[in-house]
Design a protein around this ligand. Structure first.
Ligand code: SF4
Length: 1023
């Protein structure tokens, strides 16, 4: 929302001071002295040079015959024609990085000096920069002295990598930047130039020996260095600065925009310089777009911020992780694909399409992707074909449901089509390898054909990405694994910025403090001065330490490499140089709160330095700064400074505090859900047990004593553990989203592994052929091993493992479990005979051979009360005629049931209920008997074969169940106050946090009189 300029005196700046930077003044002097002579300004980059020239024009100094160059552009103008004549191409930075990565992959082994680090992109960039430096300084690999290196492997490896890199350059007919420089110098040595122009070096920036020679030769000796503000003069400017802090980076930028708009400051008077442009540029871009504030971005915006950039990264992750469907699902669900363009005849929405992708349960794998989708479509067809009227449905409802099922089917078909088209893009690996350029080509086709474009920035990113992948396509043939290729291309995408521009009239400029401050704008904001971002960590250049540089310089004099010092020292010097060269008013800020991590952030040392200068107290510390500075800028501001409607509304609620402010009633009236939120929080903080805590007003049909529907032990135990999670899961029937993303080191979920083991144990006893009655380890090991192998093979066909290591780990675990099972069974079965397995009872239980029964069993609760129970007993053993033991296999650890305490309150009730159920089933089957023991057998590796069986106590069981069902009858679902209960809960994210929920529940449970509905819970869980 753009508003008329406010007159609020909120801008921190003092009166404007129009004094030119020393560099611009020096240039002005030359222009006045030599107005008509040709002048060439050589700047660290043409981007900086143009800023200086424009600042000169704006200062009112007329100039003509002034050309801006950089050392690089001069070298190009000299060497360019010969490079073109020889049919060579100039390597881009992305291409150079890819070649360095390839050279490292070809030469470095795991045991090499750089070997362990070779997979890290940071190292490749550092090596790339070092090569650039060495070549620019004219230092050949042969000239590097071994004595300069503590570890001779390092120099050997650097030489090998450089040689491999040079060979790749030659193979691809490329030249890099250092080659261009070297060729330019050689050309000028052979054919010296007579220059008429005056060459002016823009201040004190470093030149390598070769660069200095180029400047000297191209200028014919007519070169002068212009004076500029030195970093030592930074204190003059800094002592006039204004400081502020903000809650998060977004509020830092919001605060700047608020101040600019409130004061009506001309945007082209303003420059924002960041310590971390990759973070701050997207924030400014978003806010500036929203508020229609024209901006230029010196480094541009990271391509990864745009839809095509995010889509490209998602596509590469999908490829790199063996077509893991969850990666593709995220791309689809994020709206990063242009489904309308892909399906012009009618596109599904991104969320329905993502849902079909998830429900197809693909997992990963090229082949599985389509076969799983085909099966999924068949299921969708069957759903449509078998749709019948439900008992509570009329014709209209049935038709609406069929239409809905058909839509899902159509979406599933569209998703299959989409996946098939995407699978056609990447190359098929040969011997597990692909060509990097083929993967780059596929990524380019993906961006061009599938990525969504919504706005100019996306369009620029799309074309820049296609250009980037196009560059990488031209590299020499490199074969590598798909994961490596995807990772290299992802690195290149992460390094891509779009829409870079220099400061323009009428536009606010944003940039990096290293290349900013040259344009002479009168208001400069330095953002990101927190200790995490500045001066940064990191030691010296990891490829060539300063000590090694000194040794090299001694051997190659007069050529030399620059000393790097530590990166923090470099960053501090660059910041001070920038502060020294800006003019006008300065504001310095930092984010004192990390909004994502919800933790404090501290100011950088440089921020404290500025504070000391501003306050005039050189001994001031962080706490002095903390006391002296105004409160951090946040999302709440004063109404006249509000950037938009939301901020204005929030400002109304500000005094005296958010919940009771004057504007609160109006805000709540306008946003009823917000009002509900306040009401809920107040109620939850109180002692009464209310609808906001898990009390439902209409609990009809929930109590199994009266509903007539069978319930199960797992439902009852869920209710006992935490009634609130039962409410979410069993009453509201919510499920947390299933994360289909697979950990490549793990095959099968705990549930799947448990199912596999249950089947092995069942078959060991129950298979028709070779079934045993009393196992003997030595005799039966082969048999159970064979069954385990067959069951593992079935799962392998159904869900292929991600890696051989994951498969072997699971197989090993299963065989160890079988060994434990068999050894314990040999002991156990000396006293009992295994009799029945997987005894199902109740509807929809698969095996209901007698004593199993398709009818549920009715469990009496005494006093005329009863309920229906369904379930499946894993194992029944006969101890003596008519005397039985009931066992439930557990394949996890025994922590949850081994201690009797854990059974408290109904958390462990299955053993008691299954004992009772079996006795009823035996009567039904016509051979009554009694259960003398009922418990749990921990047959897996983690349970170590232990058995736990608590004595039966039917009276306590009945009382427990009665209390639990009374909660259902009352519709009372309190949160558990016991932290342990939350450890296996899927709903922590929707219950206001286990800690807070637990504390509140404890509070309400104490309030005996007001919360009668909680009485059953108090009886079950006496404190
Ligand atoms: S996190 Fe704890 S309190 Fe919250 S629903 Fe889960 S078990 Fe209940």
């Amino acid at each position: 929302m753009r508003r008329p300029v406010s007159t609020q005196p909120v801008l921190p700046f003092e009166a404007e001071e129009r004094k030119l930077p020393r560099l611009v003044e020096s240039l002005a002097e030359v222009c006045r002295q030599r107005p008509l002579d040709e002048k060439v300004l050589i700047a660290p980059s043409r981007f900086i040079g143009h800023q200086v020239a424009e600042a000169l024009a704006r200062s009112g100094t007329p100039w003509v015959h002034l050309r801006v160059e950089s050392v690089r552009s001069l070298a190009h103008s000299v060497a360019g024609p010969s490079i073109a004549d020889e049919g060579l191409s100039l390597l881009s930075r992305a291409q150079a990085l890819a070649l360095v990565e390839q050279a490292c992959a070809e030469t470095l082994t795991g045991s090499a000096y750089f070997g362990e680090l070779s997979a890290r992109p940071g190292l490749h960039r550092a090596i790339q920069n070092t090569f650039d430096e060495l070549k620019s300084a004219g230092i050949s690999p042969d000239a590097l002295p071994e004595s300069a290196f503590g570890d001779v492997r390092k120099i050997g490896e650097l030489k090998s990598v450089l040689a491999a890199y040079e060979s790749l350059l030659a193979k691809g007919k490329f030249v890099d930047r250092a080659d261009v420089l070297r060729r330019a110098v050689l050309g000028l040595r052979e054919s010296p130039r007579v220059a008429d122009a005056l060459y002016l070096l823009a201040g004190a920036f470093d030149l390598s020996a070769t660069e200095a020679e180029l400047v000297e030769r191209v200028s014919g000796g007519h070169v002068r260095r212009l004076e500029a503000d030195g970093p030592e003069s930074w204190t003059d400017n800094a002592s006039r600065a204004t400081l502020f802090r903000a809650l998060g980076e977004e509020n830092e930028i919001r605060e700047i925009l608020r101040r600019l708009l409130a004061e009506g400051i001309s945007l082209d008077d303003v420059e924002i310089l960041a310590t971390d442009p990759a973070t701050y540029a997207p924030i400014l871009y978003e806010l500036a777009s929203e508020h229609e504030i024209p901006c230029t971005f010196g480094q541009g915006i990271p391509a990864t911020f745009t839809r095509p950039g995010q889509a490209a990264l998602g596509y590469l992750r999908w490829l790199g992780r063996d077509f893991e469907s969850e990666e593709l699902r995220e791309v689809v669900a994020g709206g990063l694909l242009d489904l309308a363009r892909i399906f012009p005849g009618g596109a599904p929405g991104p969320l329905p399409a993502a849902r079909e992708l998830r429900e197809a349960r693909i997992g990963w794998g090229r082949e599985r992707s389509l076969s799983a989708l085909d099966l999924h479509i068949a299921r969708r067809v069957a759903e449509v074909d078998s749709a019948r009227r439900r008992s509570d449905e009329d014709d209209e409802d049935l038709n609406a449901r069929i239409v809905w099922l058909k839509e899902r089917f159509a979406t599933a078909r569209a998703v299959r089509d989409l996946v098939a088209r995407l699978l056609a893009l990447p190359p098929e690996p040969v011997d597990g390898k692909v060509e990097l350029r083929a993967v780059a080509r596929s990524a380019s086709a993906f961006v061009a054909g599938f990525a969504r474009i919504a706005g100019d920035l996306d369009a620029m990113a799309s074309s820049a990405l296609q250009g980037l992948f196009g560059e990488l396509e031209t590299l020499p043939v490199t074969r590598l694994s798909v994961a490596e290729a995807a990772s290299r291309l992802s690195d290149a995408v992460r390094g891509l910025y779009v829409a870079a521009d220099r400061p323009r009239p009428g536009r606010l400029h944003f940039g990096d403090y290293r290349s900013g401050g040259y344009g002479g704008r009168s208001k400069t904001f330095f953002v990101g001065l927190d200790s995490r971002r500045h001066p940064g960590s990191g030691l010296q250049d990891p490829v060539l330490l300063d000590e090694e540089r000194r040794g090299i310089n001694a051997a190659v004099a007069p050529r030399e490499l620059a000393m790097r010092g530590g990166r923090p020292a470099e960053n501090l010097l660059a910041l001070r140089s920038c502060i020294a060269r800006v003019r006008g008013e300065i504001a310095v800020s930092h984010a004192c709160w990390d909004l994502l991590e919800a933790r404090e952030q501290f100011p950088a040392a440089a921020y404290l330095d500025v504070f000391r200068l501003v306050s005039g107290d050189p001994t001031a510390d962080y706490s002095d700064a903390d006391r002296a500075l105004p409160a951090a800028a946040g999302f709440l501001t004063e109404a006249p400074k509000a950037l938009d409607e939301t901020e204005w509304w929030l400002s109304r609620t500000r005094e005296p505090h958010l919940a009771g402010g004057r504007g609160a009633p109006a805000v709540r009236a306008a946003y009823p859900w917000l009002a509900d939120g306040f009401t809920a929080e107040e109620a939850r903080d109180g002692v009464a047990f209310t609808v906001w805590d898990g009390l439902i007003r209409d609990p009809i049909g929930l109590d199994p004593r009266t509903s007539g529907r069978p319930t199960s032990c797992s439902r009852i135990q869920d209710l006992a553990r935490c009634p609130y999670s039962y409410f979410v899961k069993r009453v509201l029937q919510l499920q947390p989203p299933e994360d289909a993303r697979a950990d490549p080191t793990i095959w099968l979920t705990p549930l799947e592994r448990g199912t596999l083991l249950h089947e092995v144990f069942r078959r060991f006893y129950a298979d028709q052929v070779g079934a045993v009655e009393r196992p003997v380890y030595d005799r039966d090991w082969k048999r159970i091993e064979t069954i385990a192998g067959e069951e593992i093979a079935k799962w392998r066909a159904k869900t292929p493992p991600r890696s051989a290591a994951a498969f072997e780990a699971l197989r090993d675990d299963v065989l160890v479990s079988c060994r434990i099972f068999l050894l314990r069974e040999e002991e156990h079965c000396r006293d009992v005979a295994p009799r029945w397995f997987e005894v199902g009872f109740g509807p929809s239980r698969e095996s209901t051979e007698p004593p199993g029964d398709p009818e549920a069993v009715r469990i009496s609760l005494g006093g005329g009360g009863s309920f229906l129970l369904s379930g499946r007993i894993d194992r029944v053993d006969e101890e003596s005629p008519g005397a039985y033991q009931v066992w439930d296999y557990k394949t996890g650890s025994s922590w949850d049931t081994s201690e009797p305490e854990r059974g408290r309150g109904g958390r462990r009730i299955q053993d008691a209920l299954y004992a009772e159920a079996l006795e009823i089933l035996l009567v039904r089957a016509g051979s009554p008997g009694s259960v003398v023991k009922s418990g749990y057998f921990y047959a897996g590796r983690r349970g170590e074969g232990e058995r736990f069986a608590a004595p039966r106590n039917p009276a306590v069981t009945r009382e427990t169940l009665t209390n639990l069902f009374d909660l259902l009858r009352a519709g009372a679902f309190p949160h558990t106050p016991t932290e342990e209960d939350c450890s296996i809960c899927d709903f922590a994210k929707v219950c206001s946090g286990a800690d807070l929920a637990g504390r509140r529940a404890e509070n309400k449970l104490r309030e005996e009189a007001g919360n009668a509905v909680l009485l059953p819970y108090r009886r079950l869980n006496p404190s």
